[in-house]
Write a protein that binds this ligand. Structure first.
Ligand SMILES: *Cc1c(COP(=O)(O)O)cnc(C)c1O
Length: 432
C-alpha cells in the first residue's frame, strides 16, 4: 500500500449512511478483521486497484467466479457484443441453450438444467423441488457449509444431537428451523445417527462436496460415498452444492473427479463469468417436475439473461480450450509449498488446507476437518496478519473462514511477491 486509504474511508463513511453497514453483502465490510474496506476502482488480470491509487494482488477473485482473472479480454469482448444486441429479452435465446448444453456435457449427472440469478436461488429452488419430488419436508445440511441465505439454510445445530436446528438469524420462523437438520461435516457417525432417527422424513441432503465456506475443507471420499449410499437407502435426494467447486476443480464439477453422482447439483459463480448467475440441474425425472413441464413453480424475470449467458459461455469456452486446470494446480502447489516452508522456518504449526487453486491458512495447529476445528483458529492473530498483508498489497478474503482463490491470470511473480508478504505478515503478527 503506497497511499493511505483516505478516499476509501471517506466513501465508506458516506456508504454507511445510505446502505446497511455500507455494503451490499456483509463480509465486504471487513468487520471480521477490524478494518475499513478499500473501495475498488478497477481490476485487471490478477490485480485490483483501489480509489486511492493502490494496487493489490487479488485472492478473493469476487469470491470464486473469476477463475480467469479480472476483465479477461474474451469475456469483455463477449459482453460488449452481447450488450449491443440488447440486455434482456424475457424470451428464449440461443445463448441459454448453449450454456445449458455446455454444462450438461461437462457434468453428466445434469440431464436437465434451469438457470437462475444467484447461488441462493439455485439451492432454494433445488430444495423446493426435492421436497415436491419426495413428498417430505425435512432437509439435512452440515454445520459450516453455506448454501446461500434462504431461510431453510440459515440454521445451525441445536444443543442436542437429535434436536432440530436453530436459526442463525432473526427473522426465520421456528417452523423452518424444525425442518432443517444439521450434522457434522466429514463425520459418518453424525450422519448415521440423524438418518436412524429421521431418515424416512428427509427429502434431501445438501452438501458442499468440497467445503469452501468455513475455510477450505477437503472431504473424506468415504464420507461422500456413504452419503450417496445412505440417501439411496432412504429414498432421500442428494444435492451437491457445487457453486464454488463447479468448473473450479476441473472442467466439470468435483463429482466428476470422485465419480459420485448426486441427484441434483447447484451451480453459480464461475458459470456466470462474473455476472449474476446460478443454476440447478440433475436427473431428468426430477427436473421434469419444474414448471412449466411440471408443477413445481420457479421463475425469474432476468433468468437466462443474455449478458450473463454470454459471460458464462465465454468463460467455459476459454476454460475448455486451454489446459488451465493443470497450470492452476501447479501454481497452487508452488504457493502452498512456499507457505509451508515459511511456517516451518518461523516454527508455526498451522493448518494449511489446499486443493488445486484454492487454499486456506488456519491459525490453529489442529487438523481442520469440520466446523468445530475450523473455529479453533486464532482469529485475532489472523486479523493482525491480514492488516500487514493488505499493506503489502496482497488482498486475501477479510475473514479466516473464507477461501483464497488463484486465477489463471496469476503469475509466478505474483506468487513470489505474495510469499514475501506472507513471510513478513506472519512474522509481524507473532511479535508479541
Ligand atoms: C456462494 C455460494 C452460494 C450462494 O451463492 P450466491 O450467488 O452468493 O447467492 C451457495 N452455495 C455455495 C457453496 C456458495 O459458495
Amino acid at each position: 500500500m503506497v497511499n493511505e486509504i483516505l478516499k476509501s474511508k471517506q466513501r465508506f463513511a458516506e456508504a454507511r449512511k445510505v446502505m446497511p453497514g455500507g455494503v451490499n453483502s456483509p463480509v465486504r465490510a471487513f468487520k471480521a478483521v477490524g478494518l475499513d474496506p478499500v473501495f475498488i476502482d478497477r481490476a485487471q488480470g490478477s490485480r485490483i486497484y483501489d480509489i486511492d491509487g493502490n494496487s493489490y494482488i487479488d485472492y478473493v477473485c469476487s469470491w470464486g467466479p473469476l477463475i480467469l482473472g479480472h476483465a479477461h479480454p474474451e469475456i469483455v469482448q463477449a459482453l460488449c457484443q452481447a450488450a449491443e444486441r440488447g440486455s434482456s429479452y424475457g424470451a428464449p435465446c440461443e445463448k441459454e441453450l448453449e450454456l445449458a448444453q455446455a454444462i450438461s456435457e461437462a457434468i453428466p449427472s445434469i440431464e436437465q438444467i434451469r438457470m437462475v440469478n444467484s447461488g441462493t436461488e439455485a439451492t432454494m429452488s433445488a430444495v423446493r423441488l426435492a421436497r415436491a419430488f419426495t413428498g417430505r419436508d425435512k432437509i439435512l445440511k452440515f454445520e459450516g457449509c453455506y448454501h446461500g441465505h434462504a431461510d431453510s439454510f440459515l440454521i445451525k445445530a441445536g444443543s442436542g444431537l437429535l434436536t432440530a436446528g436453530v436459526p442463525t438469524s432473526p427473522g426465520i420462523p421456528r417452523d423452518y428451523a424444525q425442518n432443517t437438520l444439521v450434522a457434522e461435516y466429514n463425520n459418518l457417525d453424525s450422519l448415521q445417527t440423524v438418518f436412524e432417527e429421521w431418515g424416512p422424513d428427509i427429502a434431501a441432503v445438501i452438501v458442499e462436496p468440497i467445503a469452501g465456506n468455513m475455510g477450505l475443507i477437503v472431504p473424506d471420499t468415504v464420507f461422500l460415498m456413504e452419503l450417496r449410499k445412505i440417501t439411496e437407502d432412504y429414498g432421500t435426494l442428494l444435492i451437491f452444492d457445487e457453486v464454488i467447486s463447479g468448473f473450479r476443480t476441473c472442467y466439470g464439477a468435483y463429482q466428476n473427479l470422485i465419480d459420485i453422482k448426486p441427484d441434483l447439483t447447484t451451480l453459480g459463480k464461475i458459470i456466470g463469468g462474473g455476472l449474476p448467475v446460478g443454476a440447478y440441474g440433475g436427473r431428468r425425472d426430477i427436473m421434469e417436475r419444474v414448471a412449466p413441464s411440471g408443477d413445481v413453480y420457479q421463475a425469474g424475470t432476468l433468468s437466462g439473461n443474455p449478458l450473463a449467458m454470454a459471460a458464462g459461455l465465454a468463460t467455459l469456452k476459454v476454460l475448455r480450450d486451454n489446459d488451465y486446470y493443470t497450470d492452476l494446480h501447479e501454481l497452487g502447489q508452488y504457493l502452498v509449498r512456499g507457505i509451508e516452508e515459511i511456517l516451518r522456518t518461523q516454527g508455526l504449526d498451522y493448518s494449511l488446507n489446499h486443493w488445486g487453486s484454492m487454499f486456506s491458512l488456519f491459525f490453529t495447529p489442529e487438523a481442520v476437518r469440520n466446523y468445530s476445528t475450523a473455529t479453533s483458529s486464532d482469529t485475532l492473530r489472523f486479523s493482525k496478519f491480514y492488516r500487514v498483508l493488505l499493506e503489502e498489497g496482497i488482498y486475501f478474503p477479510p475473514s479466516q473462514f473464507e477461501v483464497c482463490f488463484i486465477s489463471a491470470a496469476h503469475s509466478r511473480e505474483d506468487i513470489e511477491q505474495t510469499l514475501q508478504a506472507v513471510e513478513k505478515a506472519l512474522y509481524i503478527s507473532h511479535l508479541d
